[in-house]
Design a binder for this molecule. Structure first.
Ligand SMILES: Nc1nc2c(ncn2[C@@H]2O[C@H](COP(=O)(O)OP(=O)(O)OP(=O)(O)O)[C@@H](O)[C@H]2O)c(=O)[nH]1
Ligand SMILES: [Mg+2]
Length: 441
């Protein structure tokens, strides 16, 4: 998701980080870089202009804060402004004592039916009792499509062929109300290719069904064209929210999100694939972070801080003086594991070279293997690897189900790591390492 724009912005960031001096000219060039990348990702020109002007003004006006380099400042400001253009956070929290009705509308093929099932799943996981209503009386097979997906949740689908949509929706509500459900999701027909007639019909259904929430489902592949749909919709309903779909298959997703947010409409969910669980609540800060390739960098820093306290000073001294033991190494690996999957950690660090998924997978596998190998060693062996002659290595390999070569590989890595840690002595442990990696300062 967002691969193209992320790569573009990351290389802009990297170019900035690679500079020796960051002066006014460098900042202006950074801003121009960003403009170019965003326009290529189909972000609306006005939005790009506003964002880049704000970033530039802030960077030129604000003095770098103590302890933060101008480079870090540039990334933080960009992140901040990107979060702003993504709009506010809007969560859906249906009450549990009263039935809550969600109406889905959207033009043909935007992903309503798929989303209906995903949303049913989302609410079911949160402990709500959910029912689906197929009010698409237009397309043959609409009921079956919804039913197939609903079976995977699983939730019940109410449908009644050959009647008008409003009537079916009303009957569906009554039906599920009698069963004591918490939430009813109404899927409608997308017989429209353009928004005017869509909105006319939506108002009609809305009046008939009186939903608590009307969601406009927008296909993310239309990029900045999302603006006019979201805008017209926001004006037509008081209970509206936006869903942007197909973000997995498009380079224009960032443009669609920014355009929808620019209308003032609330983006509530994004859909990122065809599977039933490919749904996310929309969070502006998280998405800005992802587009910049730093994910939830704040969250990561917090986690690293909390891990730091777990490493006592004795261990730190041992490691940085080149006397790291395999136990220490195991602890390090353990802690990396706590930060989350490598893939995620990597995504959170702008400016890191892109690592192929395959080699990441390989690294993950190694970590699992190494842990097993170290578990098959005795405490003495972990304290002093020089004990590990060929017969012990054979025993360990056997005990952990790997080859002797793999045990030796681990020992090599461990030696390398030991050297690296010694030379990194001046660096204050994890946090500084992370800061270096994340900001290149
Ligand atoms: N890659 C991807 N495909 C999606 C996503 N959401 C929906 N699709 C696909 O888009 C196509 C249309 O999805 P539907 O859910 O049938 O769309 P709809 O709005 O109900 O269509 P109509 O009822 O005909 O208006 C299907 O092939 C879905 O599998 C998504 O997030 N990612
Ligand atoms: Mg449909």
């Amino acid at each position: 998701m967002f691969d193209k724009i992320r790569e573009g912005l990351q290389s802009a960031i990297k170019r900035l980080l690679d500079r020796d001096v960051v002066d006014e000219a460098a900042i202006k060039e950074f801003v121009r870089d960003i403009q170019r990348e965003m326009i290529q990702a189909d972000v609306n020109v006005k939005i790009v202009y506003q964002l880049s002007k704000d970033v530039e003004n802030r960077l030129l006006a604000e003095k770098a804060k103590p302890g933060i380099s101008i480079k870090e400042q540039a990334i933080t400001v960009l992140y901040d402004e990107m979060s702003k253009i993504m709009g506010g956070q809007a969560q859906v929290i249906p009450p549990k004592n009263k039935m809550y009705t969600v109406l889905l509308v959207g033009i043909q093929g935007s992903g309503k039916t798929t989303f209906a099932a995903k949303l049913a799943r989302y609410f079911t996981k949160k402990g709500y009792k959910v029912g689906l209503v197929c009010a698409d009386v237009f397309r043959p097979g609409a009921y079956e499509q919804l039913k197939t997906m609903a079976d995977r949740v699983p939730v019940e689908v109410f449908g009644n062929k050959g009647k008008d949509a409003v009537k079916v929706a009303r009957e569906g509500k009554e039906y599920f109300k009698a069963k004591g459900l918490d939430i009813v999701i109404v899927d409608t027909a997308g017989r429209h290719k353009e928004e005017k007639s869509l909105l006319d019909e939506m108002k009609q259904i809305e009046n008939g069904v009186s939903p608590d929430l009307a969601l406009l489902v927008i296909d993310g592949t239309i990029g900045q064209q999302a603006f006019s749909q979201a805008d017209a919709f926001a004006k037509a309903t008081k209970v509206g929210g936006i869903v942007v779909t197909k973000l997995d298959g498009t380079a224009k997703g960032g443009g669609a999100l920014a355009a929808a947010a620019a209308t003032g409409a609330k983006i509530m969910f994004v859909s990122t694939g065809e599977r039933i669980d490919d749904l996310e609540e929309f969070s502006p800060t998280r998405f800005a972070g992802r587009i910049l390739g730093m994910g939830d960098i704040q969250g990561l820093i917090e986690r690293v801080k909390s891990l730091e306290t777990e490493v006592d000073s004795e261990t730190t001294r041992r490691i940085t003086s080149g006397k790291m033991t395999l136990d220490d190494f195991a602890t390090q690996l353990e802690q990396m594991g706590k930060l989350g999957p490598l893939q995620k950690i990597m995504e959170m660090m702008p400016g890191l070279p892109k690592i192929e998924d395959a080699s990441l997978k390989q690294m993950e596998n190694n970590l699992v293997k190494w842990k097993a190998i170290m578990k098959s060693m005795t405490a003495e062996e972990r304290k002093d690897v020089s004990l590990l002659g060929s017969s012990r290595i054979r025993r360990i390999a056997y005990g952990s189900g790997v080859t002797e070569k793999e045990v030796k590989e681990l020992l090599n890595r461990f030696e390398q790591m030991k050297k690296m840690m010694k030379s990194a002595k001046k660096m204050r442990f994890n946090r500084d390492l992370l800061r270096q990696m994340s900001a290149g300062a």
